[in-house]
Design a protein around this ligand. Structure first.
Ligand code: NI
Ligand code: MN
Length: 232
């Protein structure tokens, strides 16, 4: 599976030749700006939004409007996007699943908050398990370590990798993410939500060691990086 990382929690995965963009935050994302990534150059077929905070939704309206991508989000964010003029949306909510073109989105519990940038109610935050013939992965969204993660391996096919926040302060830290990786039974983790702002700067070597000490792999992508993770 081909993955592109744009800094913070913004990444794109290609499945079935469809570009699926997660939590677009580029124009005001210091990591994306440092890597000279232009939101206007990003094409997407789908945009998935985990929750309403601006560091996950700031470029969603402009990219959706320009590309016509279908935006998948919870009910309240769907309604808010419609008010911003984004018509191609698909509302979902925690616990539900829907099959799009060659991939299925399962919405999971995230332990966080979700207010929208203008103060509108943003519903509940979510994570996503994506399943497809090309592989399965979990994107937790912004979340604390939570017991609910233990449901994931009971409900969904085995995961090839997972993307989780590790920056602390607003979300779990890397030590918690090691425990989360046990809960979800997945040993290949891509770290997100780190180094963007002063509150979430991490020690890379210590983070990687926390995972390698348990026989797991933590990958810390740089904004602008393209990589692929093979189906295991
Ligand atoms: Ni957040
Ligand atoms: Mn966030």
């Amino acid at each position: 599976m081909k993955i592109s990382y744009f800094g913070h929690s913004t990444f794109m995965v290609e499945i079935n030749e469809k570009k699926i963009l997660f939590d677009p935050f580029i124009s005001h994302n210091p990591l994306a700006q440092e890597a000279r990534i232009d939101a206007n150059s990003i094409n997407a077929d789908y945009i998935l939004i985990s929750h309403g905070h601006s560091d996950h939704i700031a470029d969603a309206v402009s990219i959706a409007t320009r590309t016509g991508a279908k935006v998948v989000a919870n009910w309240e964010i769907h309604e808010w996007l419609q008010k911003q003029g984004v018509q191609n949306t698909h509302p979902m909510n925690t616990g539900g699943k829907w099959t799009f073109e060659g991939f299925t989105v399962h919405c999971t519990v995230a332990q966080h908050s979700s207010g929208l940038p203008d103060g509108s109610y943003g519903g509940n935050p979510m994570g996503f398990v994506i399943t497809s013939e090309e592989g399965n992965f979990y994107y937790s969204g912004d979340t604390a370590l939570t017991w609910d993660m233990q449901l994931i391996p009971m409900l969904y096919p085995s995961l090839d990798f997972a993307l989780m926040p590790i920056g602390d302060n607003f979300t779990m830290n890397y030590d918690h993410a090691v425990i989360a990786s046990d809960f979800i039974k997945c040993n290949t983790i891509v770290g997100l939500h780190f180094d963007t702002f002063g509150f979430i700067v991490i020690d890379h070597e210590a983070a990687k060691k926390a995972f390698s000490d348990k026989g797991k792999t933590l990958f810390l992508p740089k904004a602008g990086m393209n990589f692929s993770i093979e189906k295991s």
